[in-house]
Write a new protein. Structure first.
Length: 200
């Protein structure tokens, strides 16, 4: 089994990615197992931040690294919070604080104008100086609702309504979410590239 370091400290994200990547015969080890310091996310795009995180993890471990940078774009907020989704409410941000701020900013926005999408970018680097990292991207369209629904998921999931099934992301099972989500789509896109990498 091939080993990959996952450049994330988010336990729920780690669990989600481990579950999906296991089907590729890949053992995913979180960077915390190697005491890798968090990379500074100084990029201005999801792609830049994912590359920074993957390069940092590969440099500290000597193993191939995969990093995810993801977030939610709300049309009525001109794409905010975007790359700042995890730290939307500032220092000490939590899912609860971020969601509260999002709902407050949308207080005067009618339901039909609350369109949003999750974005995910995955980057796989064979080593820290990999000049051709693999990059995959997926998006997931929905609407933001005021009242949270569901106990699964994380981040903005309880407020992210998937219109065609009338469920929030937090009401979906992990298998349902994998088949629909931005991260699931990005991983599906990356799967063939992963297999190519590991069978060379």
């Amino acid at each position: 089994m091939k080993k990959l370091v996952l450049a994330s400290g988010n336990k729920k994200k780690i669990s989600e990615l481990q579950e999906i990547l296991a089907s590729f015969g890949v053992e995913v080890i979180p960077q915390s197992a190697f005491d890798v310091p968090e990379a500074e996310e100084t990029g201005l795009t999801f792609v830049e931040n994912a590359i920074l995180k993957a390069r940092n993890a590969a440099a500290h471990t000597g193993l191939p690294a995969i990093a995810d940078d993801s977030g939610i774009e709300v049309d009525a907020l001109n794409g905010e919070p975007g790359i700042y989704s995890a730290r939307f409410s500032g220092a000490g941000a939590t899912d609860e604080k971020n969601n509260a701020l999002l709902i407050e900013k949308l207080r005067n926005t009618p339901a039909e104008k609350r369109t949003a999408r999750y974005q995910a970018v995955l980057v796989l680097m064979q080593h820290a100086n990999d000049p051709t990292p693999l990059i995959a991207q997926g998006s997931w369209d929905g609407h933001i609702i005021d009242e949270p629904r569901g106990e699964n998921g994380f981040g903005y999931d309880p407020h992210f309504l998937v219109p065609n099934i009338n469920k929030t992301a937090a009401e979906l099972s992990s298998s349902e979410k994998q088949s629909l989500s931005h991260r699931g789509k990005a991983l599906a896109q990356l799967s063939q590239q992963l297999q190519d990498q590991f069978t060379r």
